[in-house]
Design a protein around this ligand. Structure first.
Ligand code: C5P
Length: 207
């Protein structure tokens, strides 16, 4: 089966939840490409130069348990603005996108750069306040000592850097379906997305 679903959007918009749900519904592999940039950013915090960090990533780096911290998110967005770092990570993501059996990838440039030929593209977004609130709850529940104001400021700073960079900036592909999840229940978002994938591709969900 040839099916790639590309999901892009700013931080904490609901991309991860939607990606996992679509992967399960259609029996597809899932790659959270943010984790790759987080793993590279994480290594720079230990003093590894950014390009070397990207070129020498291993599967174990993607499984580190401290990739979800605000410091790592910031470091990820700094290394992600470096064109050579992005170039070093393209082949792996493209191969994953076109793997036999189909795939869902979520990130910032999946529909625009990594897989412009994806059969279905979503751009998932939500208001700054809604996204900050969701991320705040996640971080707080994970035991991080943060305030809502800090989380909002961090998200805005990261989105601004991700959108303004010259290399693969965060923006919707021209043919992406934009889903604003601000006032929507996540189950409704998932149901709408599943229906749209089936409508576009003729492929019915398996789960
Ligand atoms: O999605 P997540 O918030 O984990 O991504 C962390 C950072 O990695 C983003 O802020 C962005 O700078 C970078 N990123 C990227 N391109 C992707 C995925 C993530 O530039 N495809």
């Amino acid at each position: 089966m040839r099916l790639t679903i590309a999901i892009d959007g700013p931080a904490a918009a609901g991309k991860g939840t939607l990606s996992r749900a679509l992967a399960e519904a259609f029996g597809l592999a899932h790659l959270d490409t943010g984790l790759i940039y987080r793993a590279a950013g994480r290594r720079t915090l230990d003093g590894t130069p950014a390009l070397e960090a990207a070129q020498s990533l291993t599967a174990a780096d993607l499984e580190a348990d401290d990739l979800r911290t605000p410091d790592v998110a910031r470091a990820a967005s700094v290394v992600a603005a470096i064109p050579d770092v992005r170039a070093a990570l393209v082949d792996f993501q493209r191969a994953f996108a076109r793997r036999q059996g189909g795939a869902v990838l979520d990130g910032r440039d999946i529909g625009t750069v990594i897989c412009p030929e994806a059969e279905v593209k979503f751009f998932v977004t939500a208001s700054d306040d809604v996204r900050a609130e969701r991320r705040f709850i996640e971080l707080r529940d994970g035991g991080h000592d943060v305030t809502l104001g800090q989380v909002l400021a961090d998200l805005r700073e990261r989105d601004a850097r991700d959108s303004a960079r010259a290399a693969a900036p965060l923006k919707p592909a021209e043919d992406a379906v934009v889903l604003d999840t601000s006032g929507m229940d996540i189950n409704a978002v998932v149901a709408a997305a599943i229906a749209l994938v089936t409508d576009r591709t003729g492929i019915a969900p398996v789960a």
